[in-house]
Design a protein around this ligand. Structure first.
Ligand code: AMP
Length: 318
């Protein structure tokens, strides 16, 4: 792994820097990308700094929108990805057209695809790593920089709830909040849902099956989504719903895609599930992962595996 200083030397050396993040973005993907881009723009006004992505930011356009990036911009450029563990998940496939590639991430480093990387799976958000980088290298953190980074941290920590949230996370959040950003607005933008999304959350509660082990799952079909006018990405707000139940320890939400396959969400309060996701064209964090299922047989197989690890976890923690 490289140091912040080594990354900074590369940043100083390149006139064009293009920042990429992951597909189906969440607040940490957009926030880490935008926060770094804005800090670089402020410090290096003569460099061309661009945010690339497939314009799929959707409901997250309040954090940042993408720039127009032309194929010729990549000539001799430095490309930096944030929050993106593997190449299939990088939004906009031109990421390898630059001159040098840097990865800044907080997922397990299963795919070390970059020329240089800074990866810390213990960090709760890529945005926290970006703040650490900016502080280490003497960048000024203005409200414009702080806003997306705070959004990223609130998003990926589940409002400071999930396991990797640390005292350092609160120090970083405090530093960002002290720039005067509207932290209530950010928290509301992240947690408020539309009435249709709330109904979908209710459907997940309604459909949910809970195994005696504490493993749970629910399947949302295209018909459910269409009835409520909710897109597959917007359906992601249902993912934390089963975890609100005390007895639920690990769970899946399966969301049917238009082609009849399923996007799979894994969440856990203890049993490690990312190795399970890796078996199904996915991956992610120890307690929060995503994958894909071809059909209902694979859906059933995936849930059986979650039941299995949950039972083992219970035996080990009796
Ligand atoms: P999600 O359930 O989509 O919110 O994703 C949870 C975590 O798993 C995030 O950190 C994602 O970056 C990661 N993830 C989701 N889908 C995939 C995938 N197909 N491959 C690898 N990582 C994924």
């Amino acid at each position: 792994m490289s140091t912040f200083d080594e990354i900074y030397q590369k940043i100083k050396a390149y006139p064009t820097i293009i920042l990429h993040r992951h597909t189906s973005p969440d607040p940490d993907a957009i926030g880490s990308q935008a926060g770094l881009a804005r800090a670089l723009r402020a410090k290096f006004p003569d460099k061309k700094i661009l945010c690339a992505g497939e314009n799929d930011e959707g409901d997250l356009a309040w954090i940042n929108t993408m720039d127009e990036v032309k194929p010729e911009d990549y000539k001799g450029a430095l490309v930096i990805t944030t929050d993106t563990a593997n190449t299939p998940r990088i939004s906009n496939k031109n990421y390898d057209k630059g001159n040098f590639l840097i990865k800044i991430d907080h997922h397990p480093d299963v795919d070390p695809y970059a020329d240089m990387s800074y990866v810390d799976p213990d960090a709760p958000a890529a945005s926290e790593i970006v703040v650490d980088f900016l502080n280490a290298e003497g960048f000024e953190i203005t409200p414009e920089v702080a806003y997306p980074l705070y959004a990223g941290i609130v998003g990926d920590t589940g409002r400071f709830m999930y396991q990797e949230t640390s005292a350092h996370t609160f120090d970083v959040a405090s530093q960002l909040a002290s720039t005067g950003i509207n932290i209530t607005e950010i928290a509301r933008n992240i947690s408020d849902v539309t009435f249709a999304q709330a109904k979908l959350q209710a459907a997940v509660m309604d459909y949910m099956t809970v195994d005696p082990s504490g493993a749970a799952y629910a399947v949302l079909t295209q018909a459910d989504l269409k009835k409520l006018g909710v897109t597959e990405d917007q359906a992601s707000v249902t993912v934390s719903t089963p975890g609100r139940i005390k007895d639920v320890i690990a769970w899946n939400v399966f969301v049917e895609k238009p082609d009849g396959t399923y996007r799979v969400h894994y969440r856990s309060k203890g049993p490690v599930i990312n190795h399970l996701a890796e078996k199904h064209d996915g991956g992610g964090h120890a307690l929060a992962s995503g994958a894909n299922a071809q059909d209902m047989d694979e859906v059933k197989q995936i849930f059986a595996e979650v039941v299995d690890v949950t039972k083992k976890y219970n035996e080990e923690h009796e």
